[in-house]
Ligand binder design. Structure first.
Ligand code: MOS
Length: 685
């Protein structure tokens, strides 16, 4: 048995001893360094870049701008459609502050930075709008990527018949993925083959985008992402570091490395858009939901489409007679938003699960009981059966471990010295499933197996988990399995994203293993599997991971300071491949959720439109001292219809935590906080 066993990461010793190499670490001969120049205006055009002024600076090899850059294929995009954010240095327009407008290349990083800092740029500025507000005349319906706006039942009638109604708005700010490793790429030509080492969440999909963008045959591109220091969504796209490094190596004929500074990560990579969400809930006196309305607005860039899928939980968690959802996008002159740490579900959950807590308050009900009362038998919107659904087990076991039964549900009753103390809960789901992937396994002469899959390990332990998956599927020990991942030439594979990495890759590996098991002939022998045809079976059921998060918080009424001192998450994520890694993943997610609740907020200057706190001094992320005792565990869960019974663990840890914390703050203080983060000034008000 290889599954369900806690094993440390294969690359763990290499990581803690500095032995493994991230994208900016790989030694490359004759390497040149690129430094990105970003725009300081929020909209307009570049009037002049005075390259002559920096000619002759030490080590300078060249400056690439819109006048000299290679032409890219228009219309290339990502998962969300055509993405003009990829069209770097193609013309003089400036669509947002922080847009890369030139690349300065020099012999050393310091020389490149010095020349980039000295490069004179003149702009023609045009009026911009970077201020997020619901009342924007350009607001429009979001793309129907996650399905159209939803109208089930007679909302007005159900609200009118309800014994209790909640009608409130909830806001979340712009946030940055802020992975520990800044985006970095090193690119060079090996004959007519383009090689790159890049920080990304899926080398194959990135190679596909690069191939289209530069009009290069995919077979002539090799992208590796051996070790990646966190992604959180913003490394799911083909990043500016890679596009500019490829341009530079093509023009200069030598290897070029482009690394974003921390500041540039904030300026030029995908962010979570700010949101305003209006929730209306109506229920009978016994807590049965009659009506749920979730109307959400988020910001967008005209450069690229994207949709924040807020109503995901509103369509999944509870049965109600009427369910209405609507998503509106407001175009602003900012960097385009992109997936971040449980996109859609995470901000959506803050609104829904805060509103559920308010409903429990109005009904005088236990918030756990309110959720249990509304457990649906089939998908509330789809009408499809659930493949498996263990939310009740998460709520009940979590409540037991948290000693929820002893809670007095009235607020502002617990005091410890001058501190107010409260507890809160949130229920959570995150969509699960699989996307097409290929895998090859070679049975070697010496009795070992080489597993090849274009997966990526962005710090999750995917390499280690997939080794166990292969061993389990082959019926051998993990010591017999060697795994190769994170290389675009290993074949099509889904990225580490959408909480579908492990599931998608597991499927392909188990298929290849099944082919090998029947083989009795000569060795070595290679079996290759492609799951593209197998996934249709998933469409007949609703598929989600579930969790319940419990939080205990203290509030200092003198300062407004909130401290979370206990977090407990019970998760149903299918069969747990490696409890040690899975626990790390969901605990990391809960820390991300706590960080969202209390700290993270990207602020833009009203006049310039520029981010004002675009670094780790100004953009606060939970640090060790902010993190309490965290308990995370898994209820018994097995996903039917997916090989080995696995399901996504990636993002669900993030989803419910912010609402659980905000609900605990209400319980402590008796005052609702409907705007994140729960800053001291907001709590004091
Ligand atoms: Mo995740 S935000 O789907 O990369």
């Amino acid at each position: 048995m290889s599954l369900g066993v806690s094993r440390p990461r294969i690359e763990g010793p290499g990581k803690v001893t500095g032995g493994v190499r991230y994208a900016a670490d790989e030694p490359v001969k004759n390497l040149a360094f690129g430094c990105i120049v970003t725009s300081t205006i929020s909209r307009g055009r570049v009037a002049d870049i005075d390259i002559a002024a920096v000619q002759g600076m030490p080590g300078l090899l060249g400056v690439i701008d819109h006048r000299t850059a290679p032409r890219l294929t228009p219309g290339v995009g990502s998962y969300f459609g055509p993405d003009d954010a990829l069209q770097l240095l193609q013309d003089d327009t400036v669509p947002h502050a922080g847009r890369p407008i030139a690349l300065v290349v020099a012999e050393t990083l310091e020389q490149a930075r010095a020349a980039a800092d000295a490069l004179p740029v003149n702009y023609v500025a045009e009026p911009h709008n970077t201020l997020f507000s619901e009342d924007n005349s350009a607001a429009r319906p979001a793309t129907p990527l996650y399905g159209p706006d939803l109208v089930i039942g007679d909302l007005a009638a159900e609200l009118a018949a309800s014994a209790a109604v909640v009608d409130e708005a909830y806001s979340t700010p712009e946030e940055n993925c802020a992975a520990m490793e800044p985006h970095s790429a090193t690119a060079w030509w090996d004959g007519d083959r383009l090689e790159a080492i890049d920080t990304n969440q899926g080398p194959f999909s990135i190679a596909t985008v690069l191939s289209a963008l530069f009009g290069l045959d995919l077979a002539r591109i090799r992208i590796r992402a051996e070790h990646v220091g966190g992604g959180f969504g913003a490394k799911g796209m083909c990043g500016p570091q890679l596009i500019l490094a490829v341009m530079a190596t093509t023009m200069l004929g030598r290897p070029v490395r482009v690394s974003l500074t921390r500041h540039q990560v904030f300026l030029a990579t995908g962010m979570r858009p700010p949101t305003v969400q209006r929730m209306r809930l109506g229920a009978d006196a016994d807590g049965r939901l009659r009506a749920m309305q979730h109307e959400a607005t988020f910001s967008l860039s005209p450069l690229a489409d994207y949709v924040e899928g807020f109503p995901e939980l509103t369509k999944t968690l509870y049965a109600a007679t009427a369910i209405h959802t609507k998503i509106t996008a407001v175009p602003l002159d900012t960097v385009p938003p992109f997936s971040m740490r449980g996109p859609g579900a995470t901000p959506g959950s803050f609104a829904l699960e805060s509103a559920m807590d308010e409903l429990a308050e109005r009904l005088g009900m236990d918030p756990v009981q309110l959720r249990l009362r509304n457990e649906p038998s089939v998908g509330p919107v789809s009408g499809l059966p659930f493949s498996s659904r263990n939310l009740v087990a998460c709520l009940e076991e979590g409540a037991r471990r948290f000693d929820w039964a002893a809670r007095d549900h009235r607020p502002r009753l617990r005091r410890e010295g001058r501190l107010l103390v409260g507890t809160g809960v949130a229920a959570t789901s995150f969509s699960a499933g699989a996307f097409p992937s290929t895998a090859s396994i070679t049975a070697e002469v010496d009795g070992t197996f080489s597993v090849v899959i274009g997966a990526s390990d962005i710090g999750t332990g995917a390499r280690t988990a997939l080794t166990a998956v292969a061993a389990e599927a082959l019926g051998v020990g993990v010591d017999k399995v060697r795994i190769h991942i994170a290389d675009s030439t290993l074949g099509p594979a889904w990225s580490a994203g959408g909480s579908r990495g492990t599931t998608s890759w597991t499927w392909a590996i188990t298929e290849a293993a099944a082919q090998l098991r029947g083989h009795t002939g000569e060795l070595p022998f290679t079996a290759t599997a492609d799951t593209a045809q197998l996934l249709e079976l998933l469409a007949t059921q609703e598929r989600h991971s579930y969790s319940a998060v419990f939080a205990e918080a203290t509030v200092d009424p003198a300062t407004g300071e909130v401290r979370v001192r206990r977090l407990l998450g019970m998760f149903a994520i299918g069969r747990v491949v490696n409890p040690l890694l899975a626990r790390s993943q969901v605990v990391g997610g809960m820390i991300g959720g706590l960080s969202m609740a209390l700290h993270e907020e990207a602020v833009r200057d009203r006049h310039t439109g520029r981010p004002v706190n675009a670094d780790f001094a100004g953009y606060h992320i939970a640090a060790h001292a902010d993190i309490p005792d965290i308990e995370a565990d898994f209820v018994d869960d097995h996903e039917p219809g997916i090989p080995l019974g696995v399901k996504g663990a990636g993002e669900i840890g993030n989803v419910g935590t912010a609402a659980a914390v905000a609900n605990a703050v209400w319980h402590a203080t008796g005052i609702r906080q409907r705007t994140l983060p729960l800053r001291l000034d907001r709590v004091l008000e």
